[in-house]
Ligand binder design. Sequence first.
Ligand code: EPU
Length: 370
Amino acid sequence: MIKTEYYKDLTKMNTFGMKVKARCFVEYDSVADLVDIEFEELARPVLHMGGGSNLLFTGDFKGTVLHSKINFIEILDESSCHPEPSCHPERSEGSAIPVLVSVGAGVVFDEFCEWAAKEGLWGVENLSYIPGEVGASAVQNIGAYGVEAKDVIHKVYCYDTVEEEFVSFSVEECGYGYRDSIFKKPEIRGRYIVTHVVFALSREPKPQLGYGHLKDAVDSATSACNPEQREGSLTPSLIRKVIIKIRKEKLPEPSVMGSAGSFFKNPVVSAEHFARIEAAVKAEQGADAKVPHYDLPDGTVKVPAAWMIEQCGWKGRRSGGAAVYDKQPLVIVNYTGEAYPEEIISLEKRIIASVKDKFDVELHPEVDHI
Ligand code: EPU
């Protein structure tokens, strides 16, 4: 079925809670319906939206918003996939047979994570509770707690609105980077509509606990068990539970306070630039002062944007209806629920300017401005 609405209120469809309208809103719930849409006739520009969790509407949308309701989760025939490296690029010979799961673009990503945990399938438990839908997860390469969507994506299936045909992209062809993919490149943006994504999950235990204090949090969740029980209690469900607890402590619940998760990307600087930052911080705060950072394989250094924003004194600060979230300064929130896009953007600009001024680092938003 194709549902078309005009001057559609999008307030509840963007997690920032911006009170905006779309001139035209088209929702479809099957691939057959998607093909029936007359793309040439849609009011321009066309925006394909997922859960609206990574965008900031800067005003009413003058074109057409498309939304997929293709909702299915299906295990593909497990015997059809051989444990050969070609089956998945990062899989070495002799490793576990992947369980290929096909998931419709309109499925809420966390519902997929919940399903996988109940099935005892490993791979997406660390991505639990990220807002958004499956189609967008493959475009944005969502990530959290040491896992990115690209680590579990096998293939992305799309409808090419230019050639009017179905195409698929292997994980290498998707050109994944940090919150990036070919689908975000300006020259092809909007051309491909994700219909479904095939993920490669695993029945073999594959806990990924290397990020920050995740292992400690998991250990304390299993501390009541004796050693043998502890081994068995390490399940995707348990890790999911721990991740959800951490996220709830740090990030605002979209239904309670509007936001789009991390507003900025974590910047990467050269080793020399990092040394300058460190020297300046030590000069200001004493020789024991530490700058959190992650050394990257190519010699560059990732410095948490949250730390820089906090150092600039923004943590918890309000500006009109907008605010910097007090538990995680990487998040800008619609504090009053009534914030105007201009208030969010003005706060964004002031944060960028003060981080530039203090650290000579240019922050870039992760959130798409529409
Ligand atoms: N930090 C502070 N002050 C704070 C909070 C954090 O200085 O109040 C510093 C600490 O040094 C901490 C570091 O920031 O170690 C990193 O914090 P965290 O582990 O919370 O991760 P993040 O870099 O802020 C990224 C993703 C999140 C994802 C988490 C967990 C980006 C832009 N954000 O945040 O993704 O959930 O890691 O893996 O990469 C999102 O994309 O919307 C999102 C929430």
